[in-house]
Write a protein that binds this ligand. Structure first.
Ligand code: FES
Length: 210
C-alpha cells in the first residue's frame, strides 16, 4: 500500500466517524423534540384529569337574568339539581317580615346559605332570590306558588312541597309544622355583567341540600 492510499483510507475513516456522529446527534435531537412535543400535548390531557379543576369548571353555571321581569322567575339547574331564580317585587318582599313568627329558622342561623345571604332576603340583592329548589326533608322539588291564599287561607306566597306537605316562604325559609328540618339552600353566586347575569359557583360546605 502506498503512502497516498493509506492517507486516503484514513481520511475516509474520519469522514465516516463524523457522519456517524452527526447522525447520532440528529437522532438524539429528534427524540428530544419528540419527547418535548409529547410533553406539550400531555399538559392539557393531564390537566383535564385533575379532579379539582374539572369539578370546579363543571360547577360554574352562568344564567342571564336580564329578561326576568319583576314578579317573574326562571328555573334551571345546577349540578343536575333544580335551581330557581325569582325576581321579587316590593309586595313580595313585604311578606318576608310578616311570616317571621311562623318560621323554624327566621334568622338563618343554620348555615344553609353563604354568609352574604344570611339576611331576611337570603340574597345579595333583596329583589333576587337564587336558591336550590330542593326540599330539605327528602329531596323533592317544592312548587313555587307566589299567589296569596292558594295553599291555605293565610298563605302569603312561597314554596309548597306536595311530597309530605312542607311549606316555605318567598325566601325559602321553612315554616313550623313542616317535616322539612331546614331552610332551602342558597348556593354561592355573584352578579356579573353589571347585574345582567349571575354566576353560580357552588354550595357552602356547611349547607345541606336534603
Ligand atoms: S320531601 Fe318535601 S316534604 Fe318531604
Amino acid at each position: 500500500m502506498s503512502v497516498k492510499q493509506d492517507k486516503d483510507e484514513k481520511d475516509s475513516e474520519v469522514l465516516d466517524r463524523k457522519e456517524l456522529s452527526k447522525r447520532r446527534f440528529l437522532t438524539a435531537t429528534t427524540a428530544a423534540l419528540g419527547t418535548a412535543g409529547i410533553g406539550v400535548l400531555a399538559v392539557p390531557f393531564v390537566k383535564s384529569l385533575e379532579p379539582d379543576a374539572a369539578a370546579a369548571a363543571a360547577s360554574v353555571v352562568t344564567v342571564d337574568i336580564s329578561e326576568i321581569p319583576p314578579g317573574g322567575h326562571l328555573t334551571t339547574s345546577w349540578q343536575q339539581k333544580p335551581l330557581i331564580i325569582v325576581h321579587r317585587t316590593p309586595e313580595m318582599l313585604a311578606t318576608l317580615s310578616q311570616v317571621t313568627s311562623q318560621l323554624k329558622d327566621p334568622d338563618n342561623k343554620v348555615p344553609q346559605q353563604p354568609s352574604y345571604a344570611q339576611n331576611i332576603y337570603r340574597s345579595r340583592k333583596p329583589e333576587w332570590l337564587i336558591m336550590m329548589q330542593v326540599c330539605t326533608h327528602l329531596c323533592c322539588s317544592p312548587t313555587y306558588d307566589p299567589k296569596k291564599g292558594t295553599v291555605s287561607s293565610t298563605w302569603l306566597g312561597g314554596f309548597f312541597c306536595a311530597c309530605h306537605g312542607s311549606r316555605y316562604d318567598l325566601s325559602g325559609r321553612v315554616m313550623s309544622g313542616s317535616p322539612a328540618p331546614e331552610n332551602m339552600v342558597v348556593p354561592e353566586y355573584t352578579f356579573i355583567e353589571g347585574g345582567k347575569s349571575i354566576q353560580v359557583t357552588g354550595l357552602d360546605k356547611k349547607s345541606k341540600l336534603c
